[in-house]
Design a protein around this ligand. Structure first.
Ligand SMILES: Cc1cc2nc3c(=O)[nH]c(=O)nc-3n(C[C@H](O)[C@H](O)[C@H](O)COP(=O)(O)O)c2cc1C
Length: 315
């Protein structure tokens, strides 16, 4: 018997496939799409939420690039109080695991948003440490292991709910970053967030994004994401910390590659915008693969990657 359900930090998820933050709104928007149900989705990571409302960056905020999407939304969101009072009451919490994505521009802001959501019925929180640290000139918290650890420590002090820390691929050593946030109190890790990039219009000689730079997502980043998940897994497995793998997933086969690299669950962002019913299709494909290869649970596949031996480190 094939069992698609996974347990992450005590949360029972009916599918190993989640919707990634920033691509699932506040869990209610997709419900108006014919054939879509949150019940098919193992977890819904809600949009990045700050303490105060944010209008986000100036346009253009989303551009296509080869096999990818470049975005600089700038964390547009209605603020934590509005999310709690207006959006959360509309969610049917029996349908999926809805996880808030906590964002901030100071350690104090992260801690306060966590304190507010600690008082809600949401089962867990994802900490988006890829946000700019205003006090440090806008460098992302997640690219500095020390700052990342301090954010997680402050969040940990304000909740006993599971904390899933979302790792930035833009840091020098993601395994070291993972180790530091685990020591600081992370219960799970998600990897990866977007890779910073730029697109230039040769005719205007200007960047196409209003913010000049943005985060690259979609199939273009999948090979990077797989390597990062593999590297993070080497640390996470020593602490029994599960990984939610993401970055460029568009099919069941992509998802399975992430399980083999070390993920216990996966999430899909960009590809869901193209096909809102994708999670259902990926569930089906994973099920078929498990039957074909004789696996009964996702856990059996996690980290099964067999590395080639006699390799050199570069190239
Ligand atoms: C339009 C857009 C908005 C996003 N907003 C957030 C966000 O608010 N918080 C966050 O942690 N990640 C955010 N992300 C990153 C995604 O959750 C995900 O980590 C990344 O896109 C890689 O997955 P994908 O290639 O499947 O999209 C956003 C991505 C996109 C494309």
């Amino acid at each position: 018997m094939v069992d698609l359900s996974v347990e992450i930090c005590g949360m029972k998820c009916s599918s190993p496939v989640a919707m990634a933050s920033g691509n699932a709104g506040y869990g209610i928007e997709y419900q108006s799409v014919s054939g879509f149900s949150n019940q098919d989705v193992g977890a819904v990571f809600l949009k990045g939420t700050t303490l105060e409302p944010k209008l986000g960056n100036k346009p253009e905020r989303v551009m296509e690039s080869a096999s990818g999407l470049l975005n600089s939304i700038g964390l547009q969101n209605p603020g934590a109080h509005e999310v709690i009072n207006r959006y959360l009451p509309k969610l049917d919490l029996s349908q999926s695991q809805f996880i808030i994505n906590v964002s901030g521009s100071s350690i104090e802001e992260y801690a306060e948003v966590v304190r507010l959501f600690d008082q809600t019925d949401l089962p867990a929180m994802e900490i988006n440490i890829s946000c700019p640290n205003v006090k440090k000139g806008g460098a992302a918290f997640g690219n500095d292991p020390e700052m990342a650890a301090r954010v997680v420590e402050a969040c940990r002090a304000n909740t006993s709910k599971p904390l899933i820390v979302k790792l930035s691929p833009n840091q020098t050593d993601i395994a070291e970053g993972a180790r530091r946030v685990i020591d600081a109190g992370a219960d799970a890790l998600s990897a990866i967030n977007t890779l910073m990039g730029m697109q230039i219009d040769a005719h205007t000689r200007k960047p196409t994004l209003g913010n000049n730079q943005g985060g690259l997502s979609g199939p273009a980043i999948k090979p990077v994401a797989l390597l990062k998940v593999h590297q993070v897994y080497q640390v996470a497995k020593q602490h029994n910390i599960p990984i939610i793998g993401l970055g460029g997933i568009t099919s069941a086969e992509d998802a399975i590659e992430f399980f083999l690299a070390g993920a216990s669950m996966v999430a899909i962002g960009t590809a869901v915008a193209k096909d809102p019913l994708l999670v259902k299709k990926v569930n089906k494909g994973i099920m078929a693969y498990m039957k074909q290869h004789g696996y009964q649970t996702i856990a059996e596949m996690t980290g099964l990657l067999e590395l080639n031996t006699d390799t050199v480190l570069c190239g």
